[in-house]
Design a protein around this ligand. Structure first.
Ligand code: FES
Ligand code: FES
Length: 173
């Protein structure tokens, strides 16, 4: 069956088997191996991507279900930013040691990005709830929560700076 899927802003047309999972479509067809495949039971959440903005476990979605949809993967997180600039979520995980082996990290970051897009200042409890369907065997989750809070603070600081800049340019005009 032929499908057309936009992944990280790029359109792909592929013939796929109806039973192909989105995880395998991304990893094997498109070679976007940042999306991890960690279990056979839909439990781990290492495979989380965004499907039309909503975080989903891509091992629970057939590739054909993504026909006509927009998919974002961890590879697209810094999309549109300069080479040196990461998404604040990526920075937060780096600064606050939100990862150890890194296996869960792509999924954790995609869920965190979606959370911050709908709630720019989440509480620790909200963050824990957002990632509650995902498993990290290394960190004990504490530093993941800190990483997301760091990203939220960074984004709010950036927004303040941008608004300040706009206001000062308006005042000068
Ligand atoms: Fe484990 Fe998808 S691979 S939930
Ligand atoms: Fe190893 Fe989360 S960092 S599983």
């Amino acid at each position: 069956m032929q499908i057309t899927v936009s992944v990280n802003g790029e359109s792909y047309v592929r013939d796929v088997e109806p039973r192909l999972l989105l995880t395998h479509f991304l990893r094997d067809e498109l070679r976007l191996t940042g999306t991890h495949w960690g279990c056979d039971t839909s439990n781990c959440g290492a495979c989380v991507v965004r499907l039309d903005g909503v975080p989903v476990k891509s091992c629970t979605v057939l590739a054909v279900m993504a026909d006509g949809a927009e998919v974002s993967t961890v590879e697209g997180l810094a999309h549109g930013r300069s080479d040196a600039e990461l998404d604040p979520v990526q920075e937060g995980f780096m600064v606050c040691h939100g990862l150890q082996c890194g296996f869960c990290t792509p999924g954790m970051m995609m869920t965190s990005r979606a959370l911050l897009d709908r709630d720019p200042a989440p509480t620790a409890e909200t963050i824990r709830e957002a990632i509650s369907g995902q498993i990290c065997r290394c960190t004990g989750y504490e530093n993941i929560v800190r990483s997301v809070q760091w990203a939220a603070a960074k984004e709010s600081e950036r927004k303040r700076d941008t608004t300040g800049d706009t206001e000062s340019s308006e005042a000068m005009a």
